[in-house]
Ligand binder design. Structure first.
Ligand code: AMP
Ligand code: MG
Length: 338
């Protein structure tokens, strides 16, 4: 018995040593990478490659960097078609696909009004500004030329921002990089967007869904393998004014924050999809959001409504699935290996 215990302890120490873990702040968010490779040199190189890829995507797609390709579009596309990289063209094209799928709930031109909000300073557009901006939020204001790889705007005042999809895309890119390097077990997270390949020592990864109203609280624990998961919440970037919450997810129809839900978690095969859908379902609200999710293959969702109640998609409700996938807990974060 003792021998067995000793062997187990040795094994777990070995296991711990072989898992590489690193965190960094990139793309305005927290990036976390955990991965396993028997060769520590390959593991270290793989982690480095992930961080470099995150920096590369940030440099291309950041709305804050004057030098980014995205900023170049926003400066010039109302005057002339702006030529962009095949990569950025493809992601904007995919974003438009999500606009079509969600009847406009997902719309990267939300930024035409979105830039008038400053969540840190508690600033928001007034009624006159919202009226002046009417019609600017509409993905149909984008003119895409697939052959020339150019993007134009139909009118001045239009802006785009990939904040609702770029982190998920970056996670997918990093997972592809890791797979190409022969990594079979990894977790990559960028803020609320994660994707995992393989398992963690034969067990699932555990992803906690944060309680939208208690910082350290968790409302559900998801044991997951080989999937992507994204959470959108009204507690990420926000301010409250006279009991009303102004936060970073904008309903394209009104230019105001979407308020039917507190958080949306989407589980699916890739993080670009789960990222775009978590933002979309947040805007669509409980009924229309669930309807969309239940109609899509391989997509599941957990919603927290404005009263803090949880709602699960049909795939998670299916017999037996609930217990496997969702363990609700009103406790705070589980302790690390008690
Ligand atoms: P997420 O945390 O993935 O829901 O992304 C939120 C971010 O998506 C915001 O900070 C904005 O950059 C962007 N966003 C806000 N509203 C929309 C919308 N209606 N469609 C697409 N992107 C949006
Ligand atoms: Mg999202």
């Amino acid at each position: 018995m003792l021998v067995l215990l000793a062997a187990l302890v040795a094994l777990s120490r070995l296991g711990f040593a072989d898992w590489e873990h690193r965190e960094a702040d990139i793309m305005g968010t927290r990036i976390t990478v955990e991965l396993f490779h028997a060769d520590p040199l390959i593991a270290a190189q793989a982690i480095e490659a992930v961080m470099q890829e995150m920096h590369r995507i940030d440099a291309t797609m950041s709305p804050y960097l004057e030098s980014s390709e995205l900023a170049r579009i926003n400066r010039g596309a109302h005057r002339h078609a702006v030529k962009v990289s095949a990569e950025l063209f493809a992601l904007i094209d995919r974003s438009i696909g999500f606009s079509e799928l969600t009847q406009g709930a997902f719309d990267i031109t939300f930024a035409s009004v979105g830039f008038l909000y400053d969540y840190r300073r508690g600033k928001r557009p007034d009624q006159a500004q919202l009226q002046a901006a009417a019609g600017l939020i509409n993905y149909q204001n984008l003119v895409m030329d697939a052959e020339a790889h150019t993007i134009g705007f139909t009118r001045p005042g239009v802006r785009v921002d990939l904040g609702g999809i770029a982190k998920g895309y970056a996670v997918d890119r990093c997972i592809s990089l890791l797979q190409a390097q022969g990594i079979r077990n990894a977790l990559v997270t960028a803020g609320g967007d994660s994707r995992m390949i393989g398992d963690r020592w034969g067990r699932s990864w555990t992803i906690g869904i944060r309680d939208p109203r208690r910082k350290e609280g968790v409302v559900a624990l998801l044991p997951l393998k080989d999937v992507a998961v994204s959470t959108s919440g009204d507690y990420e970037r926000y301010f409250d004014d006279q009991g009303v919450r102004y936060h970073h997810i904008i309903d394209p129809k009104s230019g105001d924050s979407a308020r039917e839900l507190q958080s949306v978690t989407i589980i699916g095969p890739d993080a670009t999809t789960t990222d775009a859908l978590s933002t979309s379902v947040f805007v669509l609200g409980r009924e229309r959001g669930m309807q969309l999710v239940n109609g899509l293959p391989d997509i599941d969702a957990i919603l927290v409504d404005s009263k803090g109640r949880l709602h699960y998609s049909l795939g998670l409700q299916a017999a037996g699935n609930m217990d496997d996938y969702v363990k609700t807990s009103t406790e705070t974060e589980p302790a690390e290996n008690p």
